[in-house]
Design a protein around this ligand. Sequence first.
Ligand SMILES: Cc1cc2nc3c(=O)[nH]c(=O)nc-3n(C[C@H](O)[C@H](O)[C@H](O)COP(=O)(O)OP(=O)(O)OC[C@H]3O[C@@H](n4cnc5c(N)ncnc54)[C@H](O)[C@@H]3O)c2cc1C
Length: 531
Amino acid sequence: MDAVCVAEAIRHAGQAGPPTGPPAGDASGDDPGRTRTVVIGSGFGGLAAALRARALGHQVTILERLDQPGGRARVFRRDGFTFDAGPTVITAPELLDELWALFGESRADHVTLLPVRPWYRIRFHDGRHFDYGGRLEEMAAKVAAFSPADEAGFRRLAERTRRLYEVGYRQLGAVPFHRAGTMLRAVPSLLRLGGWRSLHALVSRYVADESLRRVFTLQTLLIGGHPYRSPALYALIQHLEREGGVWFARGGTTAIITQLAALARRHGIVLRTDSTVTQVLTAGGRASGVRLQDGSTVAADVVIANADAPAVYADLVPPRLRRRWSDRRLRRLQPSMGLFVLYFGTTRRYEDTAHHTIILGRRYRELLDDVFGTTAGLPDDPSLYLHRPTATDPSLAPPGQDAFYVLAPVPNLRAPIDWARGRTAMRDRVVAMLSARELPGLEDCIVSESVLTPVEFARDYLARDGAGFSVAPTLRQSAFFRFHNRCGDVPGLYLVGAGTHPGAGVPGVLTSAKVVETMLREMSPILGTVA
Ligand SMILES: Cc1cc2nc3c(=O)[nH]c(=O)nc-3n(C[C@H](O)[C@H](O)[C@H](O)COP(=O)(O)OP(=O)(O)OC[C@H]3O[C@@H](n4cnc5c(N)ncnc54)[C@H](O)[C@@H]3O)c2cc1C
């Protein structure tokens, strides 16, 4: 770190309260007075971290390997359809609002969030369904109508999720979790709240109906977790939804990415696509920049990696610098499940289909064990999440038509599945299931289809094991035990995104960027490391 950067760091370390941000239009071109920060990857986490570093006054460059920003939230546009590739359920909108507020702007001037009702419809194999969503009283009424005996238990569960949210999200979510002391301080309250038992065990204490148990446990699947193996701490997602609602961006999630990228550029962040980083460079033991696939280098004082956290250590940090994350230890990690995603348009509209529908098969735990394991093949009876964005925003398809994607959890690449053959088999299975249970006659009206499997997750996003959500949120891979947002081995290297604390999902990765901002503020100019 040169003397001017040290002066800059001192200034920021001494800042109190929210950053005021650089003046609008201030270019981040070569300015020796600023800390140079490189962000590897432009997923939600990378974009948010870049904006937060910029608001602290850094000169920021984002390097993204794909031809567009967004990562898992990229977009496919074809034949008049707009297909969001990944996240569609937008929760905790205040985390997005904060990013515009950093620069004195308002999110609402750039992105319109539309309410979604129901939040999601859950269809059971016996033909019944549950429309999930609404504030406490509305949800309690729905539970009472579905299973009267469970209403009181649901209310107690809701109170428990509120308390878990207060501790796990409000108090600890955005706190740097790289010190054991932080964890130790959190343990008593989390133990008291049963945060370490499995989510399914917690929910089963309060709710007896087997279908409702599924309703109140499947949320961990949205962040890559097995409901029977993820800690109950993640029940906080239920309260997060109730607190902030469930939203969809007009124009699709891609509208949020487009506007975040525009915000970044407006405030001088350089965003380079088609730029794959192959190594984090170091000088004197600390991060000094990155090398790209074409052999060029970009110098930096701070490197923030939004690439998949296990891949950052396995592929970008030289082995001689890795004390904590040896190859052996990385192999022992449990990746989340893989995803099979079919994007398709239809020649007609399915007016009765909700925006978000979860279609469950007969098997639940057994299917989950198969999907999270490494020995089963592709499931014969998958459970599905069906996204119909045109229910909320018809502009995403040509008039009179619908855009969809359907997602099936499947084993990741650790399972010996031949995806060259499996993709067609899985596609036919999924279409037949949709046709039978939700979209009659689908086989005859599909147009414009494409597929992502774990193979493409690995190829495109460089996701280890083709995992849909990086490492799984098990007890041993959560909080202090998850990838820290600061690399303990290479000062100046930080990590954001799904594999890091607090975890996957848009709220999780946006929060990981807040954690990194806190650490950047703590940068110690004297030692050239962080406190
Ligand atoms: C199909 C699907 C549906 C989902 N639905 C929801 C939902 O409804 N709601 C929700 O909240 N969450 C959802 N999620 C989860 C959520 O999308 C992710 O957890 C989140 O978007 C991940 O963001 P990230 O910051 O970790 O970055 P990622 O999106 O993983 O992006 C990382 C970026 O880094 C780039 N990169 C990697 N390596 C390099 C390198 N070496 N050099 C340069 N660039 C590199 C990649 O190309 C990528 O663009 C879903 C995920 C999927 C896959």
